[in-house]
Design a protein around this ligand. Structure first.
Ligand SMILES: [Cu+2]
Length: 391
């Protein structure tokens, strides 16, 4: 509401200023030596220097932005391929930075140099093959190099050696949450289909498939440090995108097909929490939270919990109203901790069996209500008979 009022005030204010300048113009009629609509040398000079002003603004804002928001980048990657990915990004940034710094200066300088002036005539200049050749071939070479380097990096990231010992984990996306499925001892995921989703079998796993017997589903993903994880991605409903920023990993989850992405985590959650940039980030967030908490407590509301760093799996496709909150916590453990954590997790097949058993147990005492129903119908029947008799 306040913002709406502010907007209305601003609009009214600008209308008022516009009207006042019109009145001012009217009072100046006759005073002006020159009121032609054609630009004078003075006008052109002003425009020319304004171009330089705009160039200065661009650079100052860029440098300011780099200092002010530069620390918000992700920091040390937590996966093996992460540094390659970051290098590709930094090289692309460096080239863009260099090229734009030169072209902006040239663009604004020539706009200034050839600003309009009395008796200055434009030169008719049809074309220059040499010049066009140079400004075509240089970007072509640079872009081809960048694309080849990008393809090389991407192929390396996506390469999974079939003989390598990888751990297969499924990520299942749905509006608006994630589930993960471990493939168990056989390291093969059992078949799954959206039509098989029922009760506790929320991922639609085919419980009769031999490969599904040891599959385990969880809603908090744990992975062991140093082991290559091959993620198989599925979606229950619409397009989602599995995004694990700290591991520099992202892949779309497409309904009706399985996509994949593999990476090797190189830092446990505890190790990442000790990284200087993460320590700083966490303390900054907690300062903001402390301020907010003081405000909330003063209003008699509950205080905010202090923030601790965790790896996250986020959705990176705008998939609906709660897309912003579609996330799952990822914990990178040491291999020992990971085994200890996984040890007592129930398999999906057992969970489904237990669920069925408990449902059956609930169905047994149903005998009594059935009798009651029978009684009811006899009561109804006798009542109807009596009606018939009366007729
Ligand atoms: Cu989503």
């Amino acid at each position: 509401m306040t913002s709406l009022l502010v907007i209305i005030v601003l609009v009214l204010l600008s209308i008022a200023i516009w009207q006042m300048t019109k009145i001012f113009d009217l009072t100046q009629v006759g005073n002006k030596k020159e009121d032609s609509q054609i630009a004078t040398d003075n006008d052109n000079n002003v425009q020319g220097y304004l171009m330089f002003g705009f160039l200065a603004f661009l650079y100052i804002f860029m440098i300011y932005g780099m200092f002010k928001w530069g620390h918000l980048v992700l920091g040390t990657p937590a996966s093996e391929h992460g540094p390659d990915y970051d290098n590709l990004m930094y090289i692309s940034f460096a080239i863009i930075f260099f090229v734009q710094a030169i072209t902006q200066v040239l663009l604004h300088y020539f706009a200034f140099k050839y600003r309009g002036a009395k008796d200055k005539k434009a030169l008719y200049y049809a074309d220059n093959d040499k010049l066009e050749f140079i400004w075509t071939i240089i970007p072509v070479i640079v872009l081809a190099g960048l694309i080849l380097y990008g393809l090389y990096t991407w192929t390396n990231i996506m390469f999974v050696d079939e003989d390598e010992d990888v751990m297969v984990v499924e990520l299942y996306a749905k509006q608006f949450s994630w589930e993960a499925r471990y493939s168990g001892k056989d390291n093969v995921l059992g078949k799954a289909n959206v039509r098989l989703i029922e009760g506790v079998n929320t991922m639609g796993v085919d419980v009769n498939d031999p490969n599904a017997q040891d599959d385990i589903s969880v809603t908090e993903l744990h992975i062991p440090k140093g082991k290559k994880i091959l993620f198989k991605l599925r979606s229950q409903d619409i397009l989602h995108s599995a995004y694990m920023p700290h591991f520099r990993a992202q892949m779309n989850c497409v309904p009706g097909m399985v996509t994949e992405f593999a990476f090797r985590p190189t830092m446990t959650t505890d190790e990442m929490r000790q990284q200087p940039e993460i320590v700083e980030k966490v303390s900054n967030i907690n300062k903001i939270r402390a301020k907010k908490t003081a405000q909330l407590v003063a209003e008699g509301k509950t205080a905010l919990d202090p923030y601790t760093f965790d790896y996250l799996l986020l959705c990176n496709k705008i998939c609906g109203a709660s897309h912003y909150n579609m996330q799952m916590k990822i914990v990178v453990d040491t291999p020992q901790d990971f085994q200890a954590w996984l040890k007592d997790k129930k398999t999906i097949v057992n969970a489904v069996k237990e669920d069925l058993a408990s449902k059956k147990a609930e169905e047994k005492p149903v005998v009594a209500p059935v009798q009651a129903k029978v009684l009811d119908s006899t009561v109804v029947a006798t009542a109807e008979d009596k009606l018939e008799e009366k007729k």
